[in-house]
Design a protein. Structure first.
Length: 398
């Protein structure tokens, strides 16, 4: 059966119950005539030994709420009991007081108690030997050790064990908080990465679709060939965007969910965009209406996967912005350096209102891609033109 809540560990009710049990045990010893054990004056009434017993029991009840007061009351009771003679019940209850003072009192208290009980044990041995004139007198020091030093050592051991357990709990809680913080940071980083990929995949193709749809709707008198050309670009951009979107969904989906029930796990084939595919990207942008001049400086070589993807996406987003906000022409320069690849996209800026609205997410995404690779990124007006420049380290060279 479960004990009542007021008797749970650490409650005042439990302390009072222990104090009552200590008093009851001492009274039983007194009733049986087993105490006091030492009575120097035979004419001294035995009832005088009861107040120290009661005081020591009260000290047990104060062990948690006032450890210092508990030790003071218990020590006073022991001194009075020793002056009257000595009774086993009071001494036993006082050992509990010493133990509780070490466990529940401040660290400074148990350190002083340890020093004092060690000193009293030595003094007891010396006094006993000198009083009896033989080594058997050392038994007096043994009594001090049993009644004083041993409870203190036990309390110190329990106190250190509890302090260590509390430190371990605090360390475990701190570790759990750090793990949760790392998890949140990982989730935030993954969400930011997904946002960049979604923006780069969708923005380019939808921008071309929007521009040509706007042209068809806003320019009157278009012949059938011009309408067909615009619709062809719209269709190609839509199909390409859907294909890249499907690839991303396959990557995000857990393996095995693409097949039917009982089917073998399926690992999606990831087709990662690369800078080497920039020519195809430029052709699509040209078909959308942007005249792009491409310059290559240096010898193209294999790039790290992260750099390859980031470079492609930066070129894609820069050309998309040039298509949306420029005057219909742009210049792309790809420079392969020994330790980095440098991308530069320049285009004239359309004067006045016009073009498609933008929220600036593309510039944020390009800057984040370059920063994650420890690269450099700048974007802004330069000599009357808009320039985007990104330098991505390749990890080669000195």
């Amino acid at each position: 059966m479960r004990s009542p809540p007021w008797l749970d560990s650490g409650t005042l009710g439990r302390d009072l119950l222990l104090a009552g049990a200590s008093l009851a045990g001492g009274l039983v010893l007194f009733a049986l005539g087993w105490q006091p054990q030492v009575r120097p004056n035979a004419q001294l009434p035995s009832a005088l030994f009861l107040p120290p017993l009661v005081a020591a029991s009260v000290a047990v009840g104060l062990r948690r709420v006032a450890p210092r007061a508990s030790l003071a009351v218990g020590t006073g009771a022991l001194v009075v009991d020793t002056a009257l003679g000595s009774s086993l019940g009071t001494v036993l209850v006082y050992t509990q007081v010493l133990y509780d003072a070490c466990v529940y009192g401040p660290p400074r208290l148990w350190r002083w108690l340890l020093r004092i009980t060690v000193a009293l044990s030595v003094v007891g041995v010396v006094v006993g030997v000198l009083s009896y004139g033989q080594w058997r007198g050392a038994a007096l020091g043994v009594l001090v050790v049993l009644a004083g030093l041993l409870p203190v050592l036990t309390g110190v051991s329990v106190r250190q064990y509890r302090d260590q357990a509390a430190a371990e709990r605090a360390r475990a809680e701190q570790t759990a908080r750090l793990v949760e913080l790392d998890r949140r940071q990982a989730v935030s980083a993954e969400r930011a990465r997904m946002a960049r990929e979604l923006h780069d995949v969708v923005a380019n193709h939808l921008s071309a679709v929007a521009i040509h749809a706007t042209a068809v709707l806003s320019v009157p008198g278009l012949d059938r060939g011009q309408v067909d050309s615009a619709l062809r670009v719209i269709r190609e951009s839509s199909v390409q965007g859907l294909a890249e979107m499907r690839q991303m969904i396959e990557v995000l989906r857990d393996p095995g969910t693409s097949g039917g029930p009982g089917a073998a796990p399926v690992t999606p084939e990831v087709v990662t965009a690369r800078l080497a595919e920039a020519d195809a990207l430029v052709e699509r942008v040209r078909a959308a209406g942007l005249a792009v001049r491409v310059h290559t400086d240096g010898t193209p070589g294999a790039l790290p996967v992260g750099v390859d993807l980031a470079a492609y996406r930066i070129v894609q987003e820069s050309l998309t912005n040039a298509l949306k906000h420029g005057t219909g022409e742009a210049e792309l320069t790809i420079a392969y350096r020994p330790a980095e690849v440098v991308l530069t996209v320049e285009n004239p800026v359309r004067r006045g209102a016009g073009g498609l609205p933008g929220a600036g997410a593309g510039l944020i995404g390009m800057r984040e891609r370059a920063t994650l690779l420890a690269g450099r990124f700048t974007a802004g007006p330069r000599d009357g033109r808009w320039q985007v420049r990104a330098a991505l380290p390749t990890g080669e060279g000195g």
